[in-house]
Unconditional design. Structure first.
Length: 166
């Protein structure tokens, strides 16, 4: 398969997942789009050098996480995450958006390492071993980061801190 054709197929397969991952790390749609664009530019440049040591998706996620962290680092600390505007569905939607905002704010207070492991595990559905490959850390580190992230998030949201099943 020609490099451009391979890139096109990879882009179509991973575009939405990369954008979602970047959105969860950055907390802002514009930043997530910038990070996703940086990701695919880097993937395009490096695709011919990919050795196959890991799954292609793992390689792409690793690039996406680094891009999202770079974009987040460039943002001024006082810039908030994207505000939500209420829609036309009345009080229920306003309450739902308020709860979503509360959760997003709590996620925003987590460290980047904790947000990344939560996004990869809870949103992307990756297992501990795959997350370890993406992040380049031992599997035990993934377990501990996930445990601490859940614990801090539960505490911040005023929820019981029972450890969820593995």
């Amino acid at each position: 398969m020609a490099p451009t054709t391979a890139f096109d197929a990879l882009y179509r397969a991973e575009r939405e997942k990369v954008l979602a991952l970047c959105l969860h790390v950055t907390g802002r749609r514009a930043d997530a789009e910038d990070a996703a664009q940086e990701t695919f530019l880097a993937v395009h440049r490096a695709l011919r050098f990919f050795r196959g040591d890991a799954a292609v998706s793992t390689w792409v996620y690793r690039i996406a996480l680094r891009a999202a962290l770079r974009v987040t680092a460039r943002r001024r600390p006082t810039e908030p995450v994207d505000p939500e505007t209420p829609g036309a569905n009345g009080d229920a939607e306003v309450a739902s958006r308020a709860e979503a905002r509360r959760i997003l704010d709590a996620l925003g207070r987590l460290s980047a390492e904790h947000r990344m492991v939560l996004a990869l595990f809870g949103l992307e559905g990756l297992g501990h071993r795959a997350i370890a490959e993406v992040l380049g850390v031992p599997e035990g580190t993934v377990w501990s980061r996930l445990h601490l992230a859940r614990k801090r998030l539960a505490s911040d949201l005023g929820l019981p801190s029972a450890t969820p099943p593995r």
